[in-house]
Design a binder for this molecule. Sequence first.
Ligand code: HEM
Length: 778
Amino acid sequence: MDAKIEQLTIPLGYRLNELWHHQSTAPVLVALGVLLISYLIYNLTVSHLQVAFATDIGHIKGLPEIPGAVPVFGHLLKLGEDHATTCEKWWRQYKHSVFQIKLGNTRAVVVNSFDDCKNMLLGKNQNAVIDRPKLYTFHGVISSTQGFTIGSSPWDDSCRKKRKAAGTALGRPALRNYYPMFDLESYCILRDMKKDSANGEVEIDIRPYIQRYALNTTLTLCYGIRMDAVYDELLREILHVGSAISLLRSASENLQDYVPLLRYLPNNKKNSRSKELRERRDVYLDLLLNKVRDMIKRGVDKPCISAAILKDEETKLTGVEVSSICLSLVSGGFETIPGTLTSCLGSLSTEEGQAWQDRAYEDIKRHYPDVGDAWTNSFVEEKIPYINAIVKEAGRYYTVSAMSLPRKTVTEVNWNGAIIPAKTMILINAQAGNHDVDHFGPDAGQFNPERWLKSLNPPTEIESSGLGHLSFGTGSRACSGQYIASRLLYTALVRILSSYKIVASETHPPNTDYVDYNQFKTALVAIPRHFKVKLVPRDETATNECLYDAEQRTREHYKDAPCDVTDKDAIARVATFIAERESHLDILISNAGIRRDPPLQCNVLSASLSDLQVSMWSSRHSDWADTFCVNTTAHYFLSVALLPLLAEASKLKSGRGVIVITSSCASMHNATNVDLTSYAASKAATDHLVKLLAAKFRKFYVRVVGINPGFVPSKMNPVGEEGNMFSSLFDQVPAKRAGDEEDIAGAIMYLVSRAGAYVDGVSLCVDGGRVLVANGQE
Ligand code: HEM
């Protein structure tokens, strides 16, 4: 640890270099130089050199100040890009855990040791440090539309109300309301890790699964909305914009917050980037809130914070306050959980970590001999000591918010005789406190879950004596989401570690250094470097059973709802399912179809009268009924069930809201070597159904069109496979080939897009010309 601190020599040049790139152009830097020099000359001329050194709060007597502050920038240049690590170094170098520094025009008190951080935030100081400072870039530019997050709101009546509402939603008693969500989201991690790693054959990056886990949890809480796909477009947009904003929030990234002069430089890239991100964030926040409003209107909203507030059930909060709470919860969880859990799994995947994983697995089995019970209890109780130890160590070691969120004093703080005035910025160096050798022992700089256990056989936790680590902060403005965060970490760990042994990739191993694991030192919340792991199944049968059971328990939450289209009730359920999630439906592709050939077959063209009769007579009534039920009737009921949503799409723009029904070119010709009578008759009925429905829906201009594919690949016509009864006919069509996916996709694109917006009630034959020549052929 000391060696690491020694390596951290941060030359003044770094910041200048940073400025050069950061504020982007040479002319800008030249302008800055000229401004600075003029400023200094002016000050010198009028004998006010002290102005260049002036800070909002004067020097605090009795509190050591780090030497080497320069005019205008104070210590900002010396602090480099990683303020927490530099301050950790200064603490050891100057032997003062609490000291003052100057961030440009702002005086800040930095607190480093574990005990000092705790004393500053708890006890008699608790209320004195309840405030948060307002910063130019974050508060003035980024947050000007949706309000401040709770964690960045100065302490006032509105903040108190927001913190109370968040506390109710996230407090310990509320956890039980979220059990189904924990169950579903943690199941999805395992489901997709198994699928994407081909059950351990392929090395994977685990972070995307954990990101979806964290984000879906907070989105469900706030909006009753989730996304099933790991790479869902909206999910990735929220994650991307959120991370980009986090990158703009730290002190090291925002010199202009502390050196006001920089704000007025021409071509201020920081402001334009902030505005761009703010606009992108506004789009998805509005979209999410509008979805909730729409669901409320239709009476299908899910219990969630924004619906409760919008319906004015609990609190009287303004629109900006509602946005702020949702924003706080979404941004509070989406990087902190992935940062902590991904890095923790990285440490567990190392050679040293194998023993920790084995002991964790043993401890899971000790408490729940049936792994299925471990899965179902993982979101209900935190009873496994070894897993609790890993959760605590992950939080401590990977201090994802190294410098916490800055505080501001509201009243004087008497710090061992030194009076810290009201309105002073307080920086809690959680990274330093969490790696304090005086508190955690000489191995504080190493990841070791067993530090939290007093015995290993069996694993037994050391009785908690209050604050374990500083990663959630503590006191008046501590993390409101810490109970939910711990439960999320615990649940995911139980399920992952009981299913797989995680082994670090040899080509893409994790970085497990508590400073270097973070790829962006200037980010407010750490973003771990990419790494990959191999998953080695522990007990495949048990995991498969757990996954199956979890799927059954959580299936109602799925986006893709299975539906038996021959069952009218099932069709009604699927329509309700979609209506609960979407305000309109642009396209319905009603594609299901079956074919029931006569059980006794013959060659229709060459069979004798009696053979032909016997074959055709072998068809059962039920074959005809089933065929019509799927090929004709199902299109009817699906179209009718989804009509309101399609009509809503049509209202948005003429031509939107379209049904495409799959028929067949068999509806139009009479010849084939196989008896397709029931099938062809049902498809002919379908062609007429297209027109009938289109005419019925004309008032709403919900378009109904059909396609009549010829020989295209499907389960009914496995093109390219041996024994396909139609293969001899493929080169007899004018196109001299069977059709393919692109032929069908192109036709559908035409019919559903703007190109086909004026097409209604017709069916398009996509058969390479087969019907032109089919009659008379085999
Ligand atoms: C490993 C996960 C997490 C970590 C390490 C973490 C860390 C923090 C830290 C350091 C603070 C500032 C504390 C202080 O100034 O004393 C904070 C505040 C906050 N966190 Fe978390 N957090 C996590 C997860 C979450 C989650 C999942 C949510 C919400 C669902 C959440 C919601 C909040 C809120 C609302 C605040 C603002 C509190 C205030 O200023 O009054 N956090 N968090």
